[in-house]
Write a protein that binds this ligand. Structure first.
Ligand SMILES: [Zn+2]
Ligand SMILES: [Zn+2]
Ligand SMILES: [Zn+2]
Length: 261
């Protein structure tokens, strides 16, 4: 349990801001396909009863009904994956990456580990070798309104713990470099772009809030590993911006870490 009583949180653009009052239970990291699709990697959250959760600003808050009994809250302006709520439960799951400052929390459980991506393991080092790397990758948001193809395999996948990636993904990001010219768009009717403070652009689905890709101010393009449907043929290779990581998780996979890029 987190001892500190009042915690604040927000999306990256500030269109959604909220407070939660503790004590907060340990964080759950969820590896199910839906959480991987929306966050772009793994979604992680603590649980708060409704009466201890307060929205301060909700001007850009959108809800997507991802299954009959569950809805997912995201920012319609910056695309941050913020909330998960079983309808009628009286509780809301709040993304660890959205919470500001030290949390005095830890990841207590991993859910749906059997649905984890092929490029990492929920705990410990990533799989030693890639089995049957795919020659093409199909990427999609959760609702299917944004779909595109890429040459495969994904290759080296980088985990980024910078504040922007943590706010947008809800935990931290994992992505791989791609040539934007090789993207074959199948549907982009619900594609939105958000310009980040550094001048980059984040692509996300404005219907379901899924994180899809990032284009840096210099034009480098990367795709969120969680958007890949099926095997990526990639392997997590390093962690960057570790100095900005959240205090509620540990990096235990033995991969190289750097405080910057
Ligand atoms: Zn926002
Ligand atoms: Zn979508
Ligand atoms: Zn980042």
């Amino acid at each position: 349990m987190s001892g500190r009583d009042l915690h604040s949180g927000s999306c990256l653009c500030g269109g959604v801001a909220f407070t939660v009052r503790g004590p907060l239970p340990p964080v759950v990291a969820c590896h199910c396909t839906q959480c991987r699709r929306t966050s772009g990697h793994v979604w992680a959250a603590t649980t708060v009863p409704d009466e201890r959760f307060e929205l301060i600003t909700a001007s850009t808050l959108c809800w997507y009904r991802s299954s009959e009994a569950v809805e997912r809250g995201f920012c319609g302006h910056c695309g941050a994956s913020l909330f998960w709520r079983p309808l009628g439960s009286g509780t809301i799951y709040v993304a660890g990456g959205a919470l500001d400052g030290a949390m005095d929390l830890h990841v207590g459980e991993h859910w749906f580990t059997g649905d984890a991506g092929d490029y990492y393991c929920p705990e410990g080092p990533p799989p030693a070798q890639v089995i049957a790397p795919p020659s093409g990758l199909d990427c999609s948001c959760l609702c299917g309104a944004v779909r595109f193809g890429l040459p495969g395999p994904a290759g080296a996948i980088t985990a980024c713990h910078c504040t922007q990636c943590r706010k947008l993904s809800g935990h931290y990001s994992a992505s791989f470099d791609a040539e934007e010219e090789t993207v074959r768009w199948q549907s982009r009717s619900a594609l939105a772009e958000y310009e980040t403070p550094g001048g980059g652009r984040r692509g996300f689905c404005f219907r379901c809030g899924s994180s899809l890709w990032f284009r840096s101010a210099r034009g480098e393009f990367s795709v969120e590993a969680g958007s890949v449907v099926g095997p990526t043929g990639g392997r997590l290779a390093e962690h960057i911006f570790v100095a900005d990581k959240g205090d509620y998780y540990v990096i235990d996979d033995g991969l190289p870490q750097s405080d910057g890029a």
